[in-house]
Design a protein around this ligand. Structure first.
Ligand code: AMP
Length: 522
């Protein structure tokens, strides 16, 4: 049993559970409890939420031939129907592929193709006319007659039986090499993530409300589970995104709110609070993470809002669940190590083991930096249809995070670097390789390197350093237009720097560290 739990061995079946059973159970214990709100307007109570999800399950099957294990891409901005659709997919035993609503149509078409999705639900219903969606992937638009038809008849009383090791959620993450990869998260992964939330992050009661100002396709949405289980309320802001004033108003209205916020959002919330004189009334918990938080910002957040902040560190491959910095530790300025602890990402979460290793895989003592390895039941099953990448990332049961850090004597983890080249801007990962591939495709570009430079608002901004081919004359607006035609807007370089040649090492590899240092100096 011990072995099975901590290796996540897919051969055991001692937890034959579908995560949608949490909705089924809550709908029976608290049918009239308010479940989903759009702003302050009630969208569904728990009985309605479960009934609609069950109906969607039936509609997916009857109208689109979706069966257990089939993939459905959810390409929507945050909306109340998001949760009904996710649970409808799971009610059927199918697999949700929630995709970032800001992606370029060509990027979504790739995800639809790679995941082999039979169906894609979008806001506009126009993706097929904007990109090459696979022929066998049907697109339906939220709110269209085809969407309504999904709910036309009743659905099965109970969610389908799935094995807890079946995939529930595929989370697409880019990498340093090649195209995005699908992280397979099982029902069990999501349950264990929720248990860690309940133990380490916050104890959820039915009187609480989770807000969704961050994308529901990512961490913000992953946090729905403990709230569904508790029969708490879910509120999607009317703006369908982050607006600091709206979050303050909703928190005042509901009381006891919780939400996930990237560091950029926390900064904006402080600025807004200082303008309006708001002090966090109604906010119970802000979970921050997803990218480095600037120390003075969290100090200011504590001064303005009080001890409502919990930090988490995770990654798609172990969603929201590697380490935690509890609210009292964040706020305990009397502790001799407080500042160091505040700048750390906390201690391993309850169901997680951590190791720091050198490049040969040897364990390193406290104080020495190396790659962070993670083991536990939240670690993904693997990358979708990519055994090679899975084998490189999960070695002997340990997830290689690509993050570099060290532990202190008390087990606090401090991140110092990333071995993967990723840029984190506003809490969103941008993989330079994706942007470089686009720039290099321009006939006048000989070399391109994309790096992140520090920025007070975004954490980092994307900067492209480009060298021209021969006598070619490069224009920034041409490169900008090229990027616009191929990748999501948030990945586009904010600045271009033109050099005759990029600095390289003896093997011809571009020295990004050197480039970064040069540009930071300027
Ligand atoms: P994603 O897979 O998109 O969730 O991105 C995960 C990456 O974001 C991690 O591997 C880290 O590099 C970074 N990250 C996540 N949480 C934190 C945090 N609290 N502080 C600093 N970086 C973080």
């Amino acid at each position: 049993m011990y072995h099975a739990i901590f290796t996540g061995s897919p051969s055991t079946n001692e937890l034959p559970m579908n995560i949608a059973s949490w909705l089924h159970s809550t709908a029976r214990t608290r049918p009239d409890a308010p479940a989903i709100f759009s702003g302050e307007r009630l969208h569904a109570d728990y009985a309605t939420f479960a009934r609609r999800s069950a109906a969607i399950a039936a509609g997916l099957h009857a109208r689109h031939g979706i069966a257990a294990g089939d993939r459905v891409v959810v390409f929507l901005k945050n909306c109340p129907e998001y949760l009904e659709l996710l649970y409808g997919i799971w009610w059927l035993g199918a697999v949700a592929v929630p995709a970032n609503a800001k992606l370029h149509p060509a990027e979504i078409a790739y995800i639809a193709e790679d995941s082999g999705a039979r169906l894609l639900v979008s806001d506009t219903g126009k993706l097929r006319s904007e990109s090459e969606l696979p022929a066998n992937c049907t697109e339906i638009a939220l709110g269209s007659p085809s969407w309504d038809a999904l709910h036309a008849s009743g659905g099965p009383e109970k969610p389908a039986e799935t094995d807890a090791h079946d995939t529930a959620w595929i989370f697409y993450t880019s990498g340093t090499t090649g195209r995005p990869k699908g992280v397979m998260l099982t029902h069990r992964n999501l349950m264990m993530m929720s248990l860690c939330y309940a133990i380490d992050v916050d104890q959820v009661s039915h009187t609480h409300t989770i807000l969704y100002p961050a994308p529901m396709s990512h961490g913000g949405g992953l946090y729905n589970f403990p709230y569904v289980r508790a029969g708490a309320s879910h509120c999607v802001p009317v703006s369908r995104g982050f607006d600091a004033g709206e979050i303050a108003a909703l928190s005042r209205h509901f009381g006891e709110t919780a939400y996930f916020a990237a560091p950029t959002m926390v900064r904006r919330q402080i600025d807004e609070a200082q303008r309006s004189g708001y002090h966090g009334e109604g906010i119970r918990t802000v979970v921050y993470g997803g990218g480095p938080m600037y120390g003075p910002d969290i100090d200011e957040a504590l001064a303005v809002f009080g001890p409502r902040f919990v930090q988490i560190y995770g990654q798609g491959e172990s969603p929201m669940t590697i380490s935690v910095l509890p609210r009292d530790v964040v706020a305990d300025t009397s502790h001799p190590n407080w500042r160091k602890r505040r700048d750390s990402v906390g201690v391993a979460q309850a169901c997680i083991e951590l190791r720091i290793v050198d490049s040969e895989g040897n364990d390193l003592p406290p104080g020495r930096s190396g790659e962070i390895l993670v083991r536990g039941d939240t670690v993904m099953r693997g990358y979708w249809r990519n055994e090679e990448a899975t084998a490189k990332t999960i070695v002997d049961g340990w997830l290689h995070t690509g993050d570099i850090g060290h532990l202190d004597e008390d087990g606090f983890l401090t991140l110092t670097d990333r071995s993967k080249d990723v840029i984190i801007s506003g809490g969103t990962n941008i993989y330079p390789r994706e942007v470089e591939d686009v720039l290099i495709s321009h006939p006048g570009v000989a070399e391109a390197a994309v790096i992140g430079l520090p920025d007070p608002e975004w954490g980092e901004i994307v900067v492209a350093v480009v060298a021209a081919r021969g006598d070619a004359i490069l224009h920034e607006d041409e490169l900008e237009a090229l990027c616009r035609s191929r990748i999501a807007s948030f990945k586009k370089p904010r600045r271009y720097v033109f050099l005759d040649e990029l600095p390289k090492n003896a093997y011809g590899k571009i020295l990004k560290r050197e480039l970064r240092a040069q540009l930071e100096q300027k």
